[in-house]
Design a protein around this ligand. Sequence first.
Ligand code: CIR
Length: 259
Amino acid sequence: MEIFRFNRALMRAPAPSVVDGLRAVDAGSPDFDGVVREHGAYRRALEDAGVAVDVLAPLEAFPDSIFVEDAALVFTAGAIALRPGAPSRRGEADEIAPALEARFDRVLRLEEGFADGGDVLTTPRGALIGLSSRTTKEGAATLIKLLAMLGLRGEAVTTPPGVLHFKSDCSLIGEETILATARLAASGVFKGFKTILVPEGEEGAANAVRINGDLLISDAYPRTAELLDRKRYGIVVLPTREIAKIDAGLSCLSLRWFA
Ligand code: CIR
């Protein structure tokens, strides 16, 4: 399936400052070595799925910069450097722009409003842009214009209150199928798609990553793993205990595209 066909990815190595990453609720800081291990396991999973991974140098000044998904969007047609909504993350777009310039013929920049890539779900019908505490109406409207320049459709939708990013609560796992939390699916935003709901209490499992034939999911959600395994998804279970302490899931650790 075209939409899941990837052969290139960008990641950023964790800096020791990652232990100070943003979090909504402080349940203790992640362990640096643990983050490095989770990052390494993720990288190997991408490589096993047939993707060539470039890992950018760590940025001590930006604790959350390993979550490269929030600073940019990447497509075969080109890349967009975004404007992350959290003040401490704003500079990440400038930091990633040269890496995008080196890899894409066309790099656009979001100049107005704010938008995090974690709020953008790309589907075969276009991109759903969740308005959130990080992505503003102005950012979404500007992004829709930039997506159009790359030949893509964009649409602003809502994110449930209290949810960090739109994709914290959903992922595209089949061309017509979205894995989602009940609270997000209830908003009606996935009309026309098939939805698979994650079991109650496993909301974090909705942030999964489909790459080629593999579906990367977190090891913290056994009931979701069983459900997806029964449906014959090629699941690859990855550790996320440390990055979860700073509100991260799997999609945010990489930018993926087909070149
Ligand atoms: C943040 O709050 O920005 C980071 N601590 C976590 C970002 C996770 N990114 C994502 O879900 N796309």
